[in-house]
Design a protein around this ligand. Structure first.
Ligand code: 4FV
Length: 254
């Protein structure tokens, strides 16, 4: 999978490419990441990439010409690439979108700066807009890095075992179950007995229930359209009943 990143700060990506799973994925040629400097496509003597907004207003905007040229050059190199503009106005990036992108042969990530980009770039030169969250960044670069990181780990082969991607939070729709490693007892807190029992069916059930409880407590919104088995539903109903009983006893207590 090829990532082309159009940015005014290509050097920012050296950190992402310097270590960890992304670096290993690049070395193993599962992915390529090519930062491209948009300023290289500015034709004037001062290599200008920004200008004041028509109609007045604060701040500067990215000019359409250098951006258009950069997008077209990258598109020539990767004709099948999906062109994505990072912007707070975009579709919210999540694990599902990450899965979609991981199936693409190639994406071109366009990083805005200043107050944003000329509207004609958004309208005519990109396939879609993505946002990593409802807040305003100083540039799209960090959003591009988040997307490269989250997508790279879903590219087959990068994680070493596909299983771990499937067990992720959100990939199964629920939050991930609690995990423990050695020591068996840490500061007086022991690892749950079932996890050292070797009884894989019991471990599987414990983990499923732990995910359900954790999701109910922390992200009940995720349960709305989550397919749940009969035993999941029975477990949740029992939990709700227990909670009702406890609250009832508390209310009755003097
Ligand atoms: C952003 C986000 C974001 C807006 C103006 C860059 C900034 C500046 N990108 N998710 N949230 N972009 O805030 O993706 O050009």
């Amino acid at each position: 999978m090829d990532f082309t990143v159009l940015t005014l700060f290509p050097e920012m990506f050296s950190v992402l490419l310097a270590g960890g799973i992304v670096r290993r994925a690049i070395e193993a040629e599962y992915v390529t990441v090519e930062p491209v400097n948009i300023r290289d496509f500015a034709k004037d003597r001062h290599r200008t990439v920004d200008d004041r907004p028509y109609g007045g207003g604060s701040g500067m905007l990215m000019k359409p010409e250098p951006l258009a040229e950069a997008i077209r050059q990258a598109g020539k190199k990767h004709p099948e690439a999906r062109k994505i503009l990072l912007t707070p106005q975009g579709r919210l990036f999540d694990q599902k979108v990450a899965g979609e992108l991981a199936e693409q042969p190639s994406v071109i990530l366009v990083c805005g700066r200043y107050e944003g980009v000329d509207e004609r770039v958004r309208e005519h030169l990109v396939d879609e807009e993505l946002s990593i969250g409802n807040y305003v960044l100083t540039g799209g670069e960090l959003a591009a890095m988040v997307i490269i990181d989250a997508v790279t780990r879903l590219v087959p082969g990068t994680l070493g075992s596909e299983a771990s991607a499937q067990e992720d939070s959100f990939s199964g729709g629920l939050l991930e179950y609690p995990q423990y490693t050695r020591p068996r007892s840490f500061e007086g807190v022991d690892v749950p007995e079932v996890l050292v029992s070797g009884n894989h069916a019991a471990i599987k059930e414990w983990r499923r229930r732990a995910s359900l409880v954790r999701t109910m407590l922390k992200r009940p919104d995720l349960l709305i359209d989550q397919p749940l088995s009969k035993s999941d539903m029975a477990f949740i109903r029992k939990l709700q009943q227990d909670i009702k009983t406890i609250m009832g006893e508390r209310a009755a207590a003097p």
